[in-house]
Design a protein around this ligand. Sequence first.
Ligand code: ADP
Length: 234
Amino acid sequence: MLTVNNVTKKYKNFLANDNLSFKIEDGEVGILLGPNGAGKSTIIKSINGLLRYNGTIEINGVDNRSLEAKRQLGYIPEIPALYDTLTVAEHMEFIRRAYKIEDVDIADKLLERFELADKKKKMGKELSKGMQQKVSICCALVHNPSVVIFDEPMVGLDPHAIKELKQLFRELKAEGKTVLISTHMIDTIEDYWDVAHIMMHGKIAATKHNRGDEDEKSLDELFFEITEGTPEEA
Ligand code: ADP
């Protein structure tokens, strides 16, 4: 479970996150949807303990900056940050040891799952963006986190990789994990989400639950209404 309570983040005088509050339960996929500059990466970096902010963020009920929370958190950044000269296998070994995970087979299991078993000896710099992202995902899952966060995961991926990623979201959800995905690409959102928060100018402008309620506006309608404004405003 992920809980964000009254989080405000300023860069000097610029308010990038303005009193954000939301919650994602176990087995739920949450989406942060919004145009570039809305503040999505800022809240994601705060959740991951990479920024200072005002407010509270909890991972399964504990402060996100505690070691206990970090052990339960997996983060896939927008740009995969691999080591140029470490092989895929060495990346996995490094992370496994950093988290003191005793299951030595975990790396092979993940690499099999992501069809990377034949790339074990390739170095970070030799991999395509799609492959690098898969390695980044494997690294983020080595310690079997219960809360998994993806920042703009679809950017730069080909349609096959996007399809695989959507399958992964569904699998994580089925395993009871808490998943948070930030994206500005509304056309990549299918039926795998439970709750979507539309962000604009650092605030949550609207929240929609995926209950298939035909009386409600669709996520598309809501998104374009908020981001494009009414005809007069546009
Ligand atoms: P998004 O992920 O939705 O594109 P960001 O969280 O990256 O949005 O950025 C929100 C706003 O904060 C943008 O206007 C951006 O220019 C600004 N911003 C982001 N990082 C910094 C920073 N380190 N210093 C100053 N302004 C920043």
